[in-house]
Design a protein around this ligand. Structure first.
Ligand code: 6PG
Length: 240
């Protein structure tokens, strides 16, 4: 793993930096392999990144978009991570519909939808049983409780090692989420973390010793690159 930590002056600078890295990763993946696979995050921090990407001239047909987690709501709900990314970016560019791979939420049973999405990933990435996909880029947020994707502290989802997608649990509410081994198989994962309220959890995540079940973002140790982009408010106590 190659780890990069950058503390940017404020949120707009953080977004600019994440934009530059994202565009570089998309172009590099397309140059090397003919396409780019990217997984998106929800939350408020990545939204201006998506809005900036939509104004870029990219070969949209060579980009395949997935989500690292999704609330278990319909795609037209204001809670939907898919809806946010579609409105900020995907609906506004000429990306073929088949390049957009949302997590399904229509089966009325999150376990069934998790299994359906796992099947879709296996087909798309042509995986054998036991293999994990290699995403070019997985974007991640972090909550002030140290969760990332829908991997919440002290939940069963943290332990899942033999699946690509599982059911997360936020205060009893189901979510769909990529599993830790899937995320850790990526070529690049990038956290976007802004705001003073993230400081205490970040301190624990960067500490030499802390419980991963308390701070699930500690579990993210990808084979490829790990980027932490923090604004100054979030990163004030991080020794970089
Ligand atoms: C949730 C939140 C969460 C979010 C982080 C960071 O579903 O519980 O959306 O997963 O990604 O809390 O959010 P911000 O980018 O808004 O700080």
């Amino acid at each position: 793993m190659l780890k990069f930590v950058e503390i940017l002056e404020d949120k707009p600078k953080l977004v600019n930096r994440s934009f530059d890295i994202t565009i570089e990763k998309i172009k590099a993946a397309i140059a090397a392999r003919g396409q780019c696979t990217i997984a998106l995050a929800g939350g408020s921090t990545p939204k201006p990144l998506y809005q900036a990407i939509k104004d870029t001239d990219l070969p949209w047909d060579k980009i395949h978009v997935f989500w690292g987690d999704e609330r278990y709501v319909s795609p037209d709900s204001d809670q939907s991570n898919q809806k946010m990314a579609r409105e900020a970016w995907l609906n506004l560019v000429d990306m073929p519909a088949e390049n957009i791979h949302p997590m399904p939420t229509g089966a009325k049973d999150p376990t069934v939808d998790a299994a359906n999405h796992e099947r879709e990933l296996k087909e798309f990435f042509e995986l054998e049983n036991g293999e994990f996909p290699v995403f070019d880029l997985i974007l991640l947020g972090m909550g002030d409780d140290g969760h990332t994707a829908s991997l919440f502290p002290h939940t069963e989802a943290l332990e899942v090692s033999d699946r690509l997608v599982t059911v997360g649990n936020k205060d009893g509410e189901p979510r769909l989420t990529f599993t830790v081994p899937l995320i850790n198989n990526a070529r690049c994962t990038m956290f976007l973390v802004a705001g003073e309220n993230k400081q205490p959890a970040l301190e624990q995540i960067f500490a030499s010793n802390a419980d991963e079940k308390n701070y699930p973002a500690r579990l993210i140790q990808p084979k490829g690159e790990l980027w932490w982009l923090l604004d100054r408010a979030a990163g004030a106590k991080i020794n970089n």
